[in-house]
Write a protein that binds this ligand. Sequence first.
Ligand code: SAM
Length: 275
Amino acid sequence: MEFWFTEKQTKDFGITMRVKQTYHSEKTEFQQLDMVETAEFGNMLLLDGMVMTTERDEFVYHEMVAHVPLYTHPNPRHVLVVGGGDGGVIREILKHPEVEKATLVDIDGKVIEYSKKYLPTIAGKLEDPRVEVKVDDGFMHIAESENAYDVIMVDSTEPVGPAVNLFTKGFYEGISKALKEDGLFVAQTDNPWFHQDVIRKAFKDVKETFPVTRLYTANIPTYPSGLWTFTMGSKKYDPLETPEERFGNIDTKYYTPEIHRGAFLLPKFVKDLTE
Ligand code: SAM
């Protein structure tokens, strides 16, 4: 008897994977949490039936959320991650020696607990001395922060449930306030095949809030459509102007200085969403 998991990415299209075993299933205070082992992608975290991260392809997303902004900023010392309870973005942030403190604010402590237990290669750095983990609503944390961070990364779920507020212009305005005068942020902004509306609205809202706004992409096989976008808002620094000498020689599997530049080259149907 074989067991298969299907994530319906639209009402008429989905991705399906053979599941070898289920480690944990729980309705937390905020969402349905499932941790399973898949035959193709290893251990996988699902929230409300949506693929959050898998052992095999997680490096693409986590490297692209972290290294593009951290190499765009010339001296990122204080970094904030909103969401990111699986720990992957924190692991990548810590590869930058200039980062003195990385704060993670995830609304659901169960994500952190079960990621540590079943995704050790992803969540293994959450107890690093440079890391502070808070279980709280990222929207409230941002509202209470001012002139505090050099770089902010919004590694949230889709704009449903507890993450709805994290895709509003008010949130981006709050991020601007929480950032230092030359700060910048990146948010994951879904895919251009099934959620063009999310990208179009996020880019417009960020562009009305920040002087520099850029969209970049990456290939993530287990995310809806396989093509993922990230929106950057910056008060001063442009990711396309990162000087060659800024790039370090950190250990990565997807990110390179060439990918840093190339990720901002958009297919026409994606570029159209930014105009
Ligand atoms: N990489 C994934 C993606 O692009 O969909 C996101 C992974 S990460 C596990 C998403 C996290 O966002 C979850 O742990 C969830 O608990 C958290 N989250 C959702 N809404 C939040 C909020 N308002 N404040 C803080 N964390 C939130």
